[in-house]
Design a protein around this ligand. Structure first.
Ligand code: MG
Length: 252
């Protein structure tokens, strides 16, 4: 599939989608508290996105039953919202998407419920920072592999593991477009970045080994060793200079 470079008009529409998506992530973060269920968090995300005039991108996507993927502790991604109760000390990954005027935004973050362990804090911070290390190279003229190589190098230097089975992706009129955006790779390799490309950069980081498996519900991805995992994502637009973060909010 070809990489779709967006026009200024399309990028403006993606800003609108991105803004709603980022606000939905904030709503989800603020809903995290001791005793809340992941289903209750998902309901707040659904209500916010629909009240904004947008559509939750994930709801019914491939049959997914929620508006947000909510993944707790050893769950890396694709947690199905439901009866699971969040407790103080847990870390909660929320991944949200919203579509408006024909374009999607996609972003995620991992947040604490109350006080969490120093190790959990460090994992969340390293995962978030690895996104920013990667997008230092997200600039027209560079190669896609420059981003993944920077993320991988930073994460592994901190003693954590990059998951390889799942990757970032182009975003636009479709939630998942070309190219794939791995969180690993070789600098100087891969497609050349062009102004107007819109991609989701989303490091997925395990505290222990990189091995993951999918639960019997056929969605939820967990670490094989049961150790913590974290996820952080924004949709960005490639420019001649610094990338524009389309899923921008005060608290990203
Ligand atoms: Mg994504």
């Amino acid at each position: 599939m070809p990489i779709i470079v967006k026009s200024p008009r399309e990028i403006e529409l993606m800003r609108q989608a991105g803004k709603i998506t980022a606000q939905a992530r904030t709503i989800a973060r603020q809903a995290i508290r001791d005793g809340v269920t992941t289903g209750e968090i998902d309901k707040e995300v659904y209500d916010f996105i629909t009240k904004s005039g947008a559509t939750p991108s994930f709801l019914n996507y491939g049959g997914f039953p929620g508006s947000a993927c909510i993944s707790v502790n050893e769950e890396l991604i694709h947690g199905i919202p439901g009866d699971r109760v969040v407790r103080k000390g847990d870390i909660v990954s929320v991944d949200v998407g919203a579509k408006i005027h024909g374009y999607h935004g996609d972003c995620a973050g991992t947040y604490p419920c109350g006080e969490v362990s120093a190790e959990a804090k460090r994992l969340m911070e390293v995962t978030r920072q690895s996104f920013f290390e990667g997008i230092k190279y997200a600039k027209a003229g560079n190669r896609l592999g420059d981003i993944g190589a920077a993320i991988q190098e930073y994460v592994e230097k901190q003693g954590y593991s990059i998951v390889r089975e799942y990757v970032g992706h182009g975003v636009g009129a479709d939630l998942h477009e070309s190219p794939e955006v791995p969180n690993y790779g070789r600098a100087g390799h891969g497609p050349r970045l062009v102004k107007g490309m819109t991609i989701a950069v989303e490091p997925m980081v395990n505290a222990g080994s990189a091995a993951i498996r999918v639960l019997d519900n056929e969605w939820t991805v967990v670490t094989v060793d049961g150790k913590l995992a974290a996820h952080y994502e924004n949709t960005i637009c490639i420019t001649d200079g610094e990338p524009e973060i389309l899923t921008m909010a005060d608290d990203i």
